[in-house]
Design a protein around this ligand. Structure first.
Ligand code: C2E
Ligand code: MG
Ligand code: MG
Ligand code: MG
Length: 277
């Protein structure tokens, strides 16, 4: 019988132990098994220059391939991973996979673009995080400038000083840091000013209503502010040619969304890197 974990749509089945005793796998046990059995995969979504639509980076997005349950969205298991603390080992695994892939693309000899990895608040605020990131980069001989970390406001809202310190350490080493989903939370303007960021990503809920004039004005004002603060601006969720044109006109530097590409498996992402799409 499939059960639903409260607050998520992670389904976990009634499983049977070898001795025949029924045992309900908790979300934690399922995640632990997934980690052990290497069931997590990264997809890579292209980011393009707003003017010429050429590839300028990828965002790594995790998927969980659960035997018998198909491919599970991160929206359905990241919350459980955060609640159980397993986001820390899962996040480390994701970072390792991304760095291994960057190293592979470098070894293939073609052009390489920076890869962005999403980081949960719990990971970012872990005191050992900056060191762990640098160690992983070194392990795969990846230049720090090829890694971007995408963080959300929630970490910074509650622990601003700690977040600033951690981000500062990473930036000092050459890692780029982006504020993700901008415009969905609160204290956003304070975050932009108070954290040593390189990039702000405007949430797709602000991009979607463009080119409506009021929506375009909001996006333009974010871009103007980002310009003053020397931040690059990425528009998320660009789904149409109208979104792409309006985001460029508003001042966004980089575009990401289904209009250009969905999150891709490694062969398809490699085709983009080689200009073959
Ligand atoms: P996010 O970091 O804001 O990632 C963007 C999400 O928007 C991705 O969903 C992407 O597939 C989706 N998307 C991209 N372009 C479009 C578009 O044009 N239209 C629409 N409707 N959606 C678009 P995804 O892959 O399901 O990831 C959802 C969220 O899960 C991410 O949001 C991120 O917060 C989290 N996540 C994903 N991978 C990781 C990870 O490795 N670690 C952590 N901690 N969180 C992750
Ligand atoms: Mg992101
Ligand atoms: Mg985002
Ligand atoms: Mg978003």
């Amino acid at each position: 019988e499939a059960k639903r974990l409260p607050g998520t749509s992670v389904h976990y089945a009634q499983e049977h132990t070898p001795n025949g005793m029924g045992a309900l796998l908790t979300a934690e046990q399922a995640l632990r098994a997934g980690l052990k059995n290497e069931e997590f995969t990264l997809l890579y979504q292209p980011k393009v220059d707003a003017r010429d639509h050429r590839l300028v980076g990828f965002e790594a997005l995790v998927r969980w391939d659960r035997p018998g349950q198909g491919r599970i969205s991160p929206l359905d298991f990241i919350p459980a991973a955060e609640r159980t603390g397993l986001i820390v080992p899962l996040g480390a695994l994701i970072l390792t996979q991304a760095c291994r892939q960057i190293a592979q693309w470098r070894a293939d000899g073609g052009a390489v673009v920076p890869v962005a990895v999403n980081v949960s608040p719990l990971q970012l605020l872990d005191a050992g995080f900056p060191t762990a990131v640098m160690r992983t980069l070194a392990e795969f001989d990846v230049p720090p400038a090829l890694l971007t970390l995408e963080i959300t406001e929630s970490a910074a809202v509650t622990h601003m000083a700690q977040a600033r310190d951690q981000i500062g350490q990473l930036r000092q080493q050459g890692v780029e840091v982006a504020l993700d989903d901008f415009g969905t939370g609160f204290s956003s303007l304070n975050m932009l000013r108070g954290l040593p960021l390189s990039t702000v990503k405007i949430d797709r809920s602000l991009i979607d209503p463009m080119p409506a004039p009021d929506a375009a004005a909001v996006v333009k004002s974010i871009c103007d502010l980002a310009g003053v603060l020397s931040l690059e601006v990425v528009a998320e969720g660009v789904e149409t040619t109208e979104h792409a044109a309006a985001a460029l006109a508003a001042g966004c530097n980089v575009l990401q969304g289904y209009y250009f590409a969905k999150p891709l498996d490694v062969p398809a992402a490699s085709d983009w890197l080689q200009g073959r799409r």
